[in-house]
Design a protein around this ligand. Structure first.
Ligand SMILES: [Zn+2]
Length: 495
């Protein structure tokens, strides 16, 4: 990687999309990144007031105007308050005053109108929303991550009408990217959708959202301090060729000062909500331009996915994604610390002899780890197929892996720069008043379940992560897993 300073690191405001696009282009001479399709991102206390001017500008660029335009207002059934008023009513009124022909559409999933609990982006919801937006001159969505994902898929399926997103919670980073998280056969899946044209992060509304939203957002945020290292390791071993420095630099910009504003999350400080919202929105952009989710999804996400698999198989509700990711990020950072410490002081030179990659045993390991989850063993079989692929790829690249170990000093310097200390992440969660223990998650995850999820995380799919390297070196024993879990304890210092 080039040591030359990137203009991305000097961006005064990474939410200034035009400046950002220019800085990204300067760091991407071979045009490997996905072009940033977002035209404007506004994160401000009164961002929702910009719906009419932004939409007018979008329509003007298409040679039409807002007056007389058919605009679908896409919402869910949950009331959203802004400074004591109904935000959806206010947005609708502003559009009507500007002369738009507004049709409000309330999204419904397979549970229908009287569903208890949150809306899901299942096929019922996506298909019905797509019908509702068909023929619209523009779509405005108001709400959280799910309604935004539905709006992106529905408009992408029906010709890509201009889409303005009013962001009302700092819960996820999916507002500003070109993919959507949907529910397919009960399993969450990320699928390509589209960039919104404009995202308006309304901080007044974000600050009034239920506190567990920001808590989940903060937990999700922490993957930016662990996952990029997994992505880089996958590039070093040749299992993933998509690594690009630009999205990683972009994350570094919004990662600055995290410790300063973390305590403000639990206090409800406006500055903390602004920092959190901006960081999540820039994360979305980093994901979108990187062309995949690997930049922000490593060990911590695998642990969360394994917990989802368990909860789903045992008929429990799926836990809050960001909360699970936050706790697991501490363990992921500890796994890196374990690797760094074992490979230090000449350890890397001796490590090549320890390397053992066994594709033939992959399916059996997955059966042992996941076989109890369903009656027919389908989950274990699917994981086994994907894990076997990964080990087979790794086995043919054994020489490359040995070469990585031979130049470990050089590689570890880069990897260390991509991971924050586990203690810092743990204290960040505590300072922010966010779940910092598996046992505090909902549904709760007891010690045995946490141990299993962490020990098995790398067995679930083909994405290479630090745990795969530890495992190949014989350093993912129950005692090693325990060591990483101890990073969640205040006195825990992984050796
Ligand atoms: Zn996530």
């Amino acid at each position: 990687m080039s040591a030359a300073a990137s203009p991305l690191l000097d961006l005064a405001d990474p939410t200034d999309v035009d400046a950002l696009r220019e800085a990204l282009a300067s760091q991407d001479p071979r045009s490997l990144l996905t072009p940033l399709g977002l035209r404007r991102l506004v994160v401000a206390p009164d961002a929702s007031a910009r719906v009419v001017p932004e939409l007018s500008e979008l329509l003007a660029a298409r040679g039409t105007e807002l007056e007389g335009a058919r605009v679908v207002l896409l919402v869910d059934a949950t009331p959203i308050q802004r400074a004591g008023r109904d935000l959806k009513d206010d947005v609708e009124a502003a559009l009507r005053t500007a002369g738009a022909l507004v049709e409000r559409y309330v999204a419904r999933d397979e549970h229908g109108e009287h569903a208890v609990g949150p809306l899901h982006a299942d096929e019922t919801a996506l298909a019905a929303a797509a019908t509702a937006v068909t023929g619209a001159d523009a779509v405005v969505s108001v709400g959280g991550g799910t309604i935004t994902d539905i709006g992106k898929v529905a408009t992408a399926r029906t010709g890509g009408a201009p889409l303005v997103v009013v962001q009302t919670a700092a819960s996820v980073d999916g507002f500003t990217d070109d993919v959507s998280v949907v529910l397919a056969s009960g399993v969450k899946k990320t699928i390509p959708s589209r960039w919104p044209d404009v995202v308006l992060g309304d901080l007044e509304t974000v600050a009034g959202a239920p506190p567990q939203m920001a808590a989940a957002g903060y937990g999700e945020l922490l993957s930016m301090f662990t996952a990029p290292a997994d992505w880089y390791l996958a590039a070093l071993t040749g299992l993933d060729e998509t690594f690009h420095r630009a999205p990683v630099d972009l994350l570094a910009v919004v990662g600055r000062g995290l410790g300063d504003w973390s305590p403000g999350v639990v206090r409800g400080d406006p500055e903390a909500f602004e920092a959190l919202t901006r960081a999540l929105d820039v994360r979305g952009i980093a994901t979108g331009v990187s062309g995949g989710t690997a930049v922000l999804s490593g060990v911590e996400h695998l642990v969360s996915h394994v917990l989802d698999m368990h909860h789903g198989a045992t008929g429990q509700p799926i836990g809050l994604h960001g909360a699970q990711v936050g706790v697991a990020s501490v363990v992921a950072a500890a796994a890196w610390e374990l690797l760094f410490s074992r490979l230090a002081d000449g350890g890397a030179a001796r490590a090549a002899e320890r390397l053992a990659v066994d594709p033939d045993g992959a399916r059996e390991r997955c059966r042992a780890a996941f076989g109890h989850l369903d009656a027919d063993g389908a989950l274990a079989a699917e994981c086994g197929r994907r894990y076997e692929l990964k080990l087979a790829e790794l086995a043919v690249r054994r020489e490359r892996l040995v070469a990585v170990l031979e130049r470990w000093d050089e590689h570890s310097a880069v990897l260390r720069s991509l991971v924050r200390p586990s203690a810092e992440l743990r204290e960040g969660l505590r300072a922010a008043g966010v779940t910092a223990a598996f046992s505090d998650l909902v549904p709760p995850v007891d010690d045995g379940l946490a141990r299993w999820a962490v020990a098995s995380c790398h067995l679930m799919r083909e994405r290479l992560v630090v745990v795969d390297l530890l495992d190949a070196l014989g350093w993912w024993t129950p005692a090693d897993v325990e060591l990483c879990l101890s990073a969640l304890e205040p006195q825990g210092v992984p050796a």
